[in-house]
Design a protein around this ligand. Structure first.
Ligand SMILES: Cc1ncc(COP(=O)(O)O)c(C=O)c1O
Length: 387
């Protein structure tokens, strides 16, 4: 039987191994292990890639979000609109500052923030909105900007899963007051450890974030305010810098795999695209890139009718890796449910998606027979061959 891991980092990193070794030796011999020219060079090329003025390498995607919120003075009692259907860090960074996550529902077709629901939940205490460009698909950046300016609130884009994704030609991370991404190894630009990036095109905000990144220190050993150690290692920056030019081709290969799944499953009984008006009896719904310029960090199916866990077991028995992102909407996580934040009683799509989603392999180096095996297995399940 063909084995298909959900993600295999080996082939991508092996292809650049000699360059990684040379970069490691270069950093080792430089004796510069904190900040410095290697980090700055990486930041400069990230800023150019994203079309922003400033990019700051930081210790993780989580810290990127936290630093952005700190630089915007989001704090005690401020409300922040964000989706309940996302990874924990989006809301965790808000709660850590004593601010209040307000749960906004998501769209059942593209999984991103539902701005109509955000409009119902905005209040005089709302300071910011944090859209998450989930699974590699940008939300509607124009609508997001219009919403934020209509309500006079700040935008921190959680682009942890979407570096390189665009909406009508504009990059995620280039529209908000801040953008934040993650180089966690499973991201499209994956590092060898933890790190992340903060972006902004506002000089004053960039300067504030730079100071907060080093304990609020400026000049050396003088602290006007309390920051933290949010720095990215130059070794990590040097390694990621080698991968950055390959990011468009990684993203393209992922899109090729997504297109293959759609083509292979077109017309298969029980399979439909996850669009408005999809047949109510579809057993497997395929994700659609409504933006047309997504980067497919995940290929996330919907499996309605209480059959998701059966598909997971079916694929696992066929040695196909799959994972539920995310099984519990954030408003139900114990740490947040106990706090009783607003909006928890009106996020039905987030509840539904947590019960229906399943992500299957989409990584760039999938072999032809591997993706064929995934498509055949999905077709078999949708045709009722699992029973
Ligand atoms: C949507 C989202 N936000 C934030 C993060 C946090 O990034 P990191 O793991 O680098 O802290 C992640 C990644 O895991 C994520 O997927």
């Amino acid at each position: 039987m063909i084995t298909v891991p959900l993600l295999d980092l080996g082939p991508q990193n092996r292809a650049l191994e000699a360059q990684f070794e040379a970069a490691f030796r270069d950093v080792l011999r430089s004796n510069q292990f904190i900040m410095g020219p290697r980090l700055e060079a990486f930041e400069k090329d990230c800023a150019a890639f994203l079309g922003v003025k400033h990019a700051l390498g930081v210790s993780s995607g989580t810290d990127a979000l936290l630093l952005a919120l700190m630089a915007l003075d989001v704090g005690e009692g401020d409300e922040v609109l964000l989706p309940s259907f996302t990874f924990f860090a989006t809301a965790g960074s808000v709660a850590r500052l004593g601010a209040v996550p307000v749960w906004v529902d998501v769209n059942p077709h593209h999984f991103n923030l539902d701005l109509a629901d955000a409009a119902r939940k905005v209040s005089p205490r709302t300071r910011a909105i944090m859209p998450v460009h989930l699974f590699g698909q940008s939300c509607d950046l124009g609508a997001l900007q219009a919403f934020a300016s209509a309500h006079g609130i700040r935008v921190v884009e959680d682009a942890a899963q979407s570096m390189g994704a665009r909406w009508q030609g504009r990059s995620t991370m280039s529209v908000g007051d801040f953008g934040a991404t993650s180089f966690f190894p499973s991201k499209n630009l994956g590092g060898m450890g933890d790190s992340g990036l903060v972006t902004t095109s506002d000089d004053a905000l960039a300067e504030r974030a730079r100071i907060l990144r080093v304990h609020g220190m400026q000049p050396k050993y003088y602290h006007r305010e309390v920051g933290a150690n949010f720095r990215m290692d130059p070794l990590q920056a040097a390694l990621l810098h080698l991968k950055l030019p390959h990011l468009p081709s990684y993203n393209c290969a992922r899109a090729g795999n997504a297109n293959f799944y759609h083509a292979a499953l077109k017309g298969a009984p029980g399979v439909a695209e996850n669009r408005p008006g999809a047949p109510a009896d579809a057993k497997v719904l395929l994700p659609v890139d409504f933006s047309g310029q997504g980067i497919w960090n995940q290929f996330t199916l919907r499996v309605p009718g209480g059959r998701r866990d059966a598909l997971k077991a079916f694929l696992t028995a066929r040695k196909i890796g799959c994972e539920i992102y995310y099984p519990i909407p954030l408003h139900r996580q114990q740490c947040f449910a106990d706090a009783g934040y607003r909006g928890a009683d009106s996020v039905p799509v987030s509840e539904q998606l947590s019960a229906e989603v399943l992500s299957v392999p989409i990584y760039p180096e999938l072999a032809a027979e591997q993706r064929q095996w995934v498509a055949d297995s999905l077709a078999d399940f949708a045709a009722g061959k699992a029973e």
